[in-house]
Design a protein around this ligand. Structure first.
Ligand code: F6R
Length: 609
């Protein structure tokens, strides 16, 4: 999604803002722009370009504009209203070219605002919703920028993170947010940088302030204030977290970090000898959780597959009634809730608009709301009563990889935690805890021993256009994850994930030599059933790639290619079967020449509905 950078400090070089903007590239975008206040010329100079930041940089080098100044704005746009053109890129400005701003989010009432501003004589130069904000601020501007912004925001409906400057109120940057993240970075030696994602601030600031909804921050090179007093937090992201560290792509680096992600997610949280999970983030709600009868799991995309696996785990080992739904549907449902119902949102970014909206609605109804989130200080963490952090550092590749593995791990920890509050025995708890502890080494082994085989499979099958992924019970959601990752990363390949038992109700019509089937078949309680489905596919001559447990040689009679995973308890097999599927999507994406870290049309954190 769009990325915002605003800078105000002692330096005049715009590269400080451009390099911060580059750190937001991973979020996905289709155009970029900048505006800088040149104090000698007393003008704001602006350049905007469709395409990558490289295009913008080329334009900067060719331009004869004096693009230097200590107050500047930068933006990457992901088109919503209006096509991908130079004119629709941000920053946007008013009629007098006094106000310049960058915006993330959607101004829902932009049509009526635009109509009335046009009637008042304002002339628009773009098709965007954002431009109304610059004209609205112009309307209220009487020399003081923050007052004009405050007045304008009273008329805007929707979601926004905004950074604004005005040539007639220089040496000032104003930032505001509602339902779209915005963070202020405080430099120890320079000034301030505002960003839509703290990742962009790592080279500039050690301390950050997360703006809350309806807050307005006003910054000068040496000072800042927010309408409400807030204490700065320590920025935990390190520079090395957002570098490729020798890997050709972030996606491969993050897949290879999956074992470490599990380690970080379980660190200090397991007491294997007591068969317990210690989840500090749930401490304040322990008693409410003991009484909980029903849990609603809500998430989007890959994270929603983690909730589906969680449903199997929690029902089987914690004996809790669980419902799992995607945020975009749940937000419009009218779920039947009672005192014993709680909600758990799962989100890497903590900013996904649909998940957040569902959460706010349930909170309004008085439900206990919990989160499993990676991004510290994000909106979902601040809206929920309690939660569990993934602790896996930033995930830069747009496709979720290590975050998914971590979400599955946390589902297992939660199952242990809630199960042991209920009927799960000490012995079973001990076994689950030991198996969780053994996961990092097992995933490490899968990545080390199977990567070459998976690459070979990718090369053999890359020319096929359609793939079907099948799995049962715990691995049914993993079939959907494998398919989502393949179509997302190796486009335009088409892939679908199905519950293996559903195959005979439709998708089997596709089974022939042109449609490979990827069948997840660890030796578990449903293994024989999956083998029957595999027979049905084989009978129709479809190529089969199987993922199964080490030592299972018999499967080679049915499968053309086999990927092996180590033995673990059934509920944890998804963590081992996922890793080769992530590798498969990666290798196939690379073979097809796709931008695997930034797949087309996609954004890392989906902050619009
Ligand atoms: C797919 C992917 C997305 C996200 C989804 C939710 O690889 O990354 O499907 O999982 O957009 O994002 P979060 O977890 O940030 O809520």
């Amino acid at each position: 999604m769009c990325g915002i950078i605003g800078y105000i400090g002692k330096q005049k070089d715009i590269n400080i803002g451009i390099s911060a903007l580059r750190k937001l590239e991973y979020r996905g975008y289709d155009s970029a722009g900048l505006a800088v206040f040149n104090s000698d010329q007393k003008e704001i100079l602006c350049l905007k370009k469709a395409g990558r930041i490289d295009n913008l940089e080329k334009e900067v080098l060719c331009s004869n504009l004096a693009l230097q100044g200590n107050t500047s704005l930068f933006h990457t746009r992901w088109a919503t209203h209006g096509g991908v053109t130079d004119g629709n890129a941000h920053p946007h400005f008013d009629c007098k070219k006094n106000i310049y701003l960058v915006h993330n989010g959607i101004i829902e009432n932009y049509r009526e605002l635009k109509d009335s501003l046009e009637k008042e004589g304002h002339v628009f130069t773009s098709q965007t919703d954002t431009e109304v904000a610059s004209h609205l601020i112009e309307k209220f501007f009487k020399g003081n920028l923050e007052n004009a912004v405050r007045e304008a925001l009273k008329h805007i409906k929707g979601a926004y993170a905004l950074a604004v400057m005005a040539k007639e109120d220089p040496n000032k940057l104003v930032a505001a947010r509602l339902s779209s993240p915005l963070v202020i970075g405080i430099s120890e030696t320079d000034g301030y940088m505002v960003a839509s994602d703290a990742t962009a601030l790592v080279s500039y600031a050690k301390k950050i302030i997360n703006l809350d909804d309806n807050e307005i921050a006003v910054m000068s090179p040496s000072d800042f204030f927010i309408l409400k007093e807030k204490q700065p937090e320590i920025l935990e992201t390190k520079s090395e977290d957002i570098q490729k560290g020798g890997y050709p792509h972030f996606m491969l680096k993050e897949i290879m970090e999956e074992p470490e992600a599990i380690e970080n997610s379980i660190k200090g949280r397991l007491i294997p000898e007591e068969g317990l999970a210690r989840l500090g983030g749930l401490q304040n709600v322990t008693e409410e959780l003991r009484k909980m009868k029903r849990l609603l799991l809500v998430a989007c995309g890959t994270a929603s597959y983690a909730t589906l696996v969680g449903r199997y785990m929690l029902e089987e080992y914690a004996g809790i009634a669980v419902e799992a739904d995607i945020g975009s549907e749940f937000r419009y449902r009218k779920p039947v809730i009672d005192e014993g119902t709680a909600m758990l949102c799962v989100s890497q970014s903590g900013e996904t608009a649909d998940t957040l909206a569902a959460l706010k609605e349930m909170k309004r109804k008085g439900m206990l709301t919990l989160g499993v989130v990676n991004a510290v200080g994000s909106s979902i963490t601040r809206e929920t009563t309690a939660g569990i952090y993934n602790h896996i550092g930033p995930e830069i590749g747009v496709g979720a990889t290590k975050s998914f593995i971590s979400q599955l791990t946390i589902m297992a920890l939660l199952t242990l935690f809630l199960g042991r509050q209920r009927n799960l025995s000490l012995i079973k708890g001990q076994r689950i805890a030991q198996d969780i502890q053994g996961l990092p080494d097992k995933v490490r082994a899968v990545l080390a021993t199977q990567n070459a085989k998976v690459k070979e499979i990718a090369e053999k099958y890359a020319h096929f256009n359609n793939f079907i992924f099948l799995g049962r019970k715990y691995n049914y959601p993993i079939a959907m994850e494998g398919a989502l990752k393949l179509k997302e990363i190796a486009y335009p390949t088409h892939a679908e994930g199905y519950a293996a038992g559903e195959m005979k109700h439709g998708p089997i019509a596709l089974a022939d030599e042109n449609c490979p089937f990827i069948i997840i078949a660890p030796v578990d309680s449903v293994y024989e059933k999956v083998i029957s489905n595999m027979q049905e596919v084989k009978a129709r001559k479809a190529p089969i790639i199987a993922i199964t447990t080490e030592g299972n040689e018999a499967i080679k009679e049915l499968a053309d290619d086999v990927i092996y995973i180590p033995k673990t308890s059934e509920m944890l097999t998804p963590i081992l079967t996922t890793a080769p599927l992530h590798l498969l999507a990666y290798h196939m994406g690379v073979l097809k020449g796709c931008d695997v870290d930034k797949p087309r049309n996609l954004a890392k954190s989906v902050t619009v509905e």
